[in-house]
Design a protein around this ligand. Structure first.
Ligand code: ATP
Length: 307
């Protein structure tokens, strides 16, 4: 469905993508996960034929993204991170406009957008600019879908959207997946990785890992500890200066902690924290989540670069 092969892209001296390669299968819900500036938007703009790679190639729906862009575009639905709606048109006018651009009508493809658009219909005369963030997102998704694309590209659709709307949005993606639409979605939110079938973790233009969320978590090799103390700030500082410490990340009330080699010596660690004056210390082994895995991969890459 999508085949990205050794794609690199520079903006002046910045290499936004570095030899990126992956494939997305027909009907898959594929996530591109990475922090701000990782290269997600650049990658989407290459797949949607708006940007030409400096190196490598992109094949979309069996066609070359550079040579065959005219054939590819009508088959894509693209929801850019920002500014995809006309703020001074109403909800209904926006949808009509996007339908007309692709030579179709709302009636023709209503069944596909119905689960999403029906939630907006009572506001159909409201200007898009006056909608809440969650409603804008639903309208933008309806607009990206109204011509029944085979491939849906959603660039950070849930950024800046409240938790309830985020959840509803992912439920809508599951419905669309059942309709057979292939979906590539990017997000900076690690918890959303678990909602994808496979994810590519991307940082500074490089893919760190591509796999199912479960396999990514299973590949976490270190013993992970969750550590809590009365004073979290003091705990963080103490752990960071512990000679055995490899990674120290705050996660809610716990600090996620790994050591450089082998299994941590819990007695030695507890004694050290006690000597540093920490109170109510609790240490327990915990299961890593996708964010732990991503942090570990980023750290390994950073250390590799300094070898
Ligand atoms: N048109 C451009 N001109 C110059 N630099 C650019 C341009 N577009 C992107 N970049 C740079 O390329 C890198 C990747 O940017 P990109 O927008 O693809 O990342 P992103 O993962 O989508 O992040 P964000 O969520 O911040 O948009 C960044 O360093 C960015 O500053």
């Amino acid at each position: 469905m999508v085949n990205i092969s050794s794609v690199s892209k520079w903006f002046g001296k910045v290499r936004a993508l570095k030899e990126v390669s992956f494939e997305v299968n027909k009907g898959e819900l594929f996530g591109v996960i990475g922090p701000d500036g990782a290269g997600k938007t650049t990658l989407f703009r290459i797949i949607n034929t708006l940007l030409v790679p400096d190196e490598g190639s992109a094949t979309v729906l069996g066609k070359d993204a550079v040579k065959d862009y005219k054939q590819i575009r009508p088959l894509l639905g693209y929801m850019p991170g920002r500014f995809s709606l006309y703020q001074d048109l109403t909800v209904e006018e926006n949808l009509k406009f996007f339908a007309s651009v692709f030579g179709t009508t709302i009636d023709e493809n209503y069944e596909l957008v119905k689960p999403i658009y029906s939630q907006l219909e009572k506001f159909k005369t409201r200007l898009a600019g006056d909608l809440s963030g969650g409603m804008k997102q639903k309208l933008a998704l309806s607009c990206a879908l109204i011509h029944k694309p085979k491939l849906l590209l959603l660039d950070e659709p849930t950024t800046g959207v409240d938790a309830v709307s985020r959840k509803e949005f992912w439920e809508m993606l599951q419905i669309l997946k059942k309709e057979g639409i292939t979906i590539i979605v990017s997000t900076p939110y690690m918890d959303e990785a678990d909602l994808c079938e496979r994810v590519a973790l991307i940082q500074e233009g490089e893919i760190l890992q591509i796999d199912t969320p479960t396999a990514i978590v299973d590949s976490f090799e270190r013993t992970l500890l969750g550590i809590k103390a009365a004073n979290t700030y003091a705990l963080l500082n103490a752990l960071k200066s512990y000679p055995q410490a490899h990674s120290v990340q705050p996660f809610g009330e716990y600090v996620h902690y790994t050591e450089k080699t082998g299994s941590p010596n819990l007695v030695a660690l507890k004694t050290y924290l006690f000597d540093r004056g920490l109170e109510q210390v609790e240490i327990k082994p915990i299961k890593p989540n996708i964010e732990d895995s991503f942090m570990e991969l980023m750290q390994a890459k950073g250390e590799g670069a300094h070898v």
